[in-house]
Design a protein around this ligand. Structure first.
Ligand code: ADP
Ligand code: MG
Length: 293
């Protein structure tokens, strides 16, 4: 792989669209289409955290899967370190995967209940076939320590851990290949409110220690504001606004962004606007901020 030019972002997503064809409901009826992404462009520089915020169904997970090359776009491109991921053959793509890893929302569903933590966390290394078992074991212990877990945890199973600990395990698995980018899709949404800030702080510490970049996805503006220097607001498959979190809080231009900001009680006391919109408020650990669901 050629060294990227300094000015080139680590990740550059250009004009992505993704259309899902739904099954016909009648034999000769029309095929319905869902336009999950309608021309999304963004970039993430090395060491930068970019947040994607938007309500359920706005296309966030579709974007994450395409950036991770787990799904193909209908059109558009994903350049990672200058390589067009969706043009790579399986071998080079497998090798490129070392540099970008994903953390999913659900720490219950994303960890195989029949595998030990050592197996689960070591799995991405095993897929790369370039570490001996001993090297792999040592590296597992190293990343478990980095996320605040113990050596003895390596021999346990997922059910022996709390939700927050399971998400630490998922983060350890993402770290094991020493990636440059982590895509985290709703990484704290399934966690108790009291645990959310701990996991976000861990992500922030890891970023400082390892110079990581994040693409952090959440329906919650407060969560992405905690970690990100730049936030893009998605609505119905498009980015409708972007800026620094402080800018969005004080100066939101798009009505949808204003609704998101209005759902954070620190900015709009009582969240009356959000309640009028029929949205549920929930306390989060961030300075009394609320979430929009
Ligand atoms: P979000 O993560 O923001 O909630 P998604 O990316 O999951 O949004 O979904 C965006 C839109 O695409 C939604 O309308 C959803 O129903 C639709 N969608 C997502 N995945 C599929 C799929 N595999 N087949 C058909 N429609 C899908
Ligand atoms: Mg989603």
């Amino acid at each position: 792989m050629n060294e990227p030019v300094a000015a080139q972002p680590l990740l550059r997503v250009t004009d992505l669209t993704r259309t899902y064809e739904l099954a016909r409901t009648r034999l000769f009826g029309p095929r319905e289409q869902v336009h999950a992404l309608r021309g999304v462009s963004l970039s993430v520089n090395a060491g930068q955290s970019v947040g994607i915020v938007g309500e359920s169904g706005s296309g966030k997970s579709t974007l994450a899967r395409i950036v991770m090359a787990l799904d193909a776009p209908t059109s558009g491109s994903v350049l990672f370190g200058g390589q067009d991921l969706h043009a790579l053959k399986p071998g080079p793509l497998r090798a490129a995967r070392r540099d970008f890893q994903m953390v999913f929302q659900d720490p219950y569903g994303s960890l195989d209940p029949r595998q030990t933590i050592e197996r689960i966390v070591g799995e991405p290394l095993q897929a790369l076939h370039d570490a001996t078992r001993d090297q792999q074991r040592l590296r597992v212990l190293e990343v478990l320590a980095q996320v605040g877990l113990r050596d003895s945890d390596a021999h346990k199973y997922p059910h022996e851990f709390s939700g927050g600990q399971r998400q630490r395990i998922a983060i350890a698995r993402a770290l094991i290949t020493r990636p440059r980018l982590i895509v985290a899709d709703e990484p704290v949404s399934a966690l108790d409110v009291s645990v959310q800030a701990q996991v976000l702080n861990l992500l922030q510490d890891l970023q400082r220690q390892h110079g990581l970049s994040y693409l952090l996805i959440s329906h919650d503006l407060a969560v992405v504001s905690h970690l990100c220097d730049e936030v893009a607001v998605m609505h119905q498959g498009s980015i409708v606004e972007r800026g620094a979190p402080a800018e969005l809080f004080t100066n939101a231009r798009h009505p949808y962004t204003q609704a998101l900001v209005g759902a954070v009680p620190r900015i709009s006391p009582g969240g009356a606007r959000a309640r009028r919109a029929g949205r549920r408020m929930q306390k989060t650990p961030m300075a009394g901020a609320g979430t929009l669901e």
